[in-house]
Structure formats: C-alpha cells, structure tokens
Design a protein. Structure first.
Length: 111
C-alpha cells in the first residue's frame, strides 16, 4: 500500500521590501477562514507570520512593536515570540503560526 502524498501550496504575499522594517503587513481573511494573518519583518529582514490576534484579549498583533524576534501586543503589551507564536513568561498562550518561505525576495505563506 503506497503512502498518501500531501500537496503543499504556497501563496505569494509580497516582496520582503514591501513589509515595513520592524512592522507588519496584513493578509485579510474572513472569520470563516480563521481571521487575518500578520506577516512581520524584523531589522535583519527575517520574515514571520502569525494569526493577527493576541492570545490574551485578541489584540491586533500587526499593530504591535516588533523587536528582535518578538512583537509586543498594542493592547496590553504582552510579548509574543514570532518564531513560535508563544507568549513570553509569565504570560501564557499562543498565536497560530504560519509557515513562511522567502525565495529571491518574494515572500510566500502556507495557509
């Protein structure tokens, strides 16, 4: 019996340079699709993607301050790890993370 192959689809988002340094760009999705996704860029041009919703009170992470590989939620200043979506202790919770790929300055996301 053969293995079932799973097709991975990557959706083009934008050029890395179209995401503000230490900021984010929002991919709008309906609530049925799970809500908006925030695509972040840090000061080393590393790109990350999280559900645009803080695990604390649902604040828009895309409007937060990016520093290193973290973002501070604009509502209550919770710090979220961009690599994992995990809240930094003592806070507890996780924002959904989306796989990102950068190829020749083009950003792709797997949703």
């Amino acid at each position: 019996m053969g293995a079932i192959e799973t097709q991975v689809t990557w959706q083009y988002v934008c050029k890395v340079t179209e995401i503000p340094v230490l900021g984010a760009r929002v991919i709008e999705r309906s609530s049925e699709q799970g809500g908006n996704v925030a695509v972040f860029r840090n000061d080393r041009d590393v790109v990350f993607a999280l559900l645009d919703k803080c695990p604390h009170k649902g604040g828009p992470l895309s409007q937060g301050i990016v520093f290193g590989e973290r973002v501070a939620c604009p509502l209550h200043n919770w710090t979220i790890e961009l690599k994992s979506g995990e809240a930094v202790a003592p806070d507890v919770g996780c924002a959904k993370r989306f796989p990102i790929r950068v190829d020749a300055n083009d950003v792709y996301i797997q949703m």
